[in-house]
Design a protein around this ligand. Structure first.
Ligand code: ASP
Length: 434
């Protein structure tokens, strides 16, 4: 496997994991064997990626912001980033709505299948509802309030607080710009070196990626529910998949026309991050690799990627918002409800906001879907309808989430004259052991 490019190795690891899982599902002891002896390696892999996320954000953002040397540049970049994130999310939701209204996947669900699905998953749906209720109980400015940590050590102690750490890092970077150069130089040099170490650690972790994804997918296959349920939801799944595919096409067009880079270049550069997004279902866990690929392989200067990507991983989830729109209308259709124009416009609004509020972890999109359903007056019990197939769709929408962030980072970099040639020309030159 040594001479193969990284993305091929990951892909082979994924395929072998699925095949191994399928074989193991046939033998009586297979399921337990995979859970006890294979899955832990997948979890170790994800944990090592998450381990890197906090120090990476801190070091690279502080370095990135202080490299800007001037605060007006920061606000320009911030404005463009947020603007692009909102536009791409609204487009994603609109693609989802257009598709689900034309394909009408919900109409193909018979009443008996609907009841069977609702009964099977009603307990799990309850759990998600309680989580969503907690979120809903918060006031409108809670998200803003939560942005500011009261203690940076405590904030950095939990990966859920990524936005708080981002806030601190930007604030610290601004402070660093404003002090005399003589004083700031050693601090910057420290974070520079720190950042290099973290990037090298990511390279090392990626050496284990093919084995990590093998373990993750094998475990997923032995734990997945029966295929019959998948079939009933086939049209719904197809609608989401077509939508996500169109979204990826849209990103490539943006890269081509706005960032002026060839789609083949973009896909090659970002592929390992996409494969990892698929295997881990978490944009947060994928973030270190997304940053490394975008900076080293796509030519985005670090001061842009270190700002745009961590924010994107937490607030920009185009795949999730597309899925929320499709799922909401699908459930309404399955329950025989008609949604008028204003209800659909409401879905655009709430799905956009809900995807911003979704955490970058597996299944988060589903929790926030409840808020979209409640706002549009769609029965929340419908959540149980789509449970069976949520994990594979989660894996796919996470690819879109990560690709969307990478796309925006290229466009923002281009607009600021900070999109250059990739540092690493050859495919995986910077991976040791080659
Ligand atoms: N798993 C997704 C992510 O991390 C979020 C979701 O849609 O559930 O990007």
């Amino acid at each position: 496997m040594k001479k193969l490019a990284l993305h091929w190795k990951i892909l082979i690891g994924m395929l072998l994991g699925v095949v191994f899982g399928l074989i193991m599902a046939q033998v009586s002891w297979g399921g337990d064997f995979v859970k006890d002896w294979i899955k832990p390696f997948g979890r170790i892999f994800i944990k090592s990626l998450k381990l890197i996320a906090m120090p990476l954000i801190l070091a690279s953002l502080i370095k990135g912001v202080s490299d800007l040397k001037d605060i007006s540049k920061l606000s320009l970049m911030g404005g463009r980033t947020i603007g692009m994130y909102i536009i791409t999310t609204v487009i994603a939701v609109s693609i989802g709505l257009l598709l689900v209204n034309s394909i009408k996947p919900g109409n193909s669900i018979s009443e008996s299948t609907r009841n069977e699905l609702v009964n099977n998953y009603v307990d799990k749906a309850e759990k998600y509802k309680t989580q969503a209720e907690l979120q809903k109980a918060n006031g409108p400015l809670k998200a803003l309030e939560d942005l500011v940590p009261s203690n940076i050590v405590a904030a950095a102690g939990n990966n859920k607080n990524m936005l708080q750490v981002i806030f601190f890092a930007i604030f610290f970077g601004i402070g660093l710009i404003l002090i005399p150069e003589k004083k700031s130089k050693p601090v910057k040099a420290f974070f520079d070196g720190f950042n290099e170490v973290i990037l090298k650690m990511i390279d090392l972790i990626m050496l284990a990626a093919p084995y990590g994804v093998f373990a993750l997918l094998a475990a997923l296959v032995v734990e997945s529910p029966s295929l019959d349920l998948f079939q009933a939801l086939a049209w719904y799944a197809i609608t989401v998949i077509i939508g996500l595919f169109l979204l990826l096409v849209f990103y490539n067009l943006i890269v081509l026309f706005l960032a002026r880079k060839k789609p083949s270049f973009f896909i090659k550069g970002i592929a390992p991050a996409q494969l990892l997004a698929f295997s881990t279902s978490s944009s947060a866990a994928t973030l270190p690799v997304t940053m490394e690929r975008v900076t080293e392989h796509l030519g985005v200067e670090e001061e842009v990627s270190s700002f745009v990507l961590p924010i994107g991983a937490t607030v920009n989830m185009d795949g999730t918002s597309l899925y929320q729109a499709v799922a909401a209308v699908f459930i309404a259709q399955a329950f025989g409800m008609h949604l008028g124009l204003s209800a659909q416009l409401g879905i655009i609004m709430t799905a956009t906001l809900a995807s911003i509020g979704s955490a970058a972890v597996p299944g988060a999109g589903m929790v926030m879907l409840i808020i979209v359903l409640a706002q549009a007056g769609i029965p929340e019990a419908g959540l149980a309808l789509i449970f069976a197939i949520d994990r594979p769709l989660d894996m796919l929408r996470t690819i879109a989430n990560v690709t969307g962030d990478a796309t925006v980072s290229m466009v923002v970099a281009k607009s600021l004259g900070k999109l250059g040639d990739p540092k690493v020309k050859n495919w995986d030159d910077n991976y040791p052991g080659k």
